[in-house]
Design a protein around this ligand. Structure first.
Ligand SMILES: [Cu+2]
Length: 143
């Protein structure tokens, strides 16, 4: 029964998660090629509250590590740097997308298949956490 309910919940709200004033939408883990030891997760994180919130980390079920990263191009060389914290002002949406901010998922226990979900838990400076079930899908061209 619990399993059935979980299945229904997954069908009803696969792309949105919220905790109080914070919400995550359009979350996706693009399907990674076989054997890849690190790949990314993307989403929009919105703060509808009255206070600035600080994202300080993320946990990913099924991965040894998950870090906040930012991709940058410096002198035509693509680099990634770790990000310690991201402030989200009241009313602001932070966009995690290819070529910019992303969650780096590292050392998967098992390869993900299309249709799987990855449980991300976003951690905030005030101690709050926001769990998000992120679907594994093929990334559309150009997105
Ligand atoms: Cu990265």
């Amino acid at each position: 029964m619990t399993r059935f309910l979980a299945f229904i919940l997954t069908l009803v709200m696969p792309l949105t998660a919220s905790a109080g004033d914070l919400s995550v939408t359009v979350a996706v883990v693009p399907l990674a090629p076989p054997g890849v030891m690190a790949h990314a997760a993307y989403f929009n994180l919105t703060n509808d509250g009255a206070e600035t919130r600080r994202l300080i980390g993320v946990r990913a079920e099924g991965y040894a590590m998950a870090h906040l990263h930012r991709s940058e191009e410096m002198a035509d060389v693509a680099t990634m740097t770790a990000v310690d914290a991201i402030d989200i002002a009241p009313g602001q949406s932070i966009v995690f997308k290819p070529g910019g901010l992303h969650v780096m998922l590292m050392h998967p226990a098992a390869m993900q298949a299309e249709g799987d979900t990855v449980l991300l838990t976003l951690k905030f400076a005030n101690g709050e956490t926001l769990p998000v079930q992120v679907p594994v899908t093929r990334l559309r061209h150009g997105s």
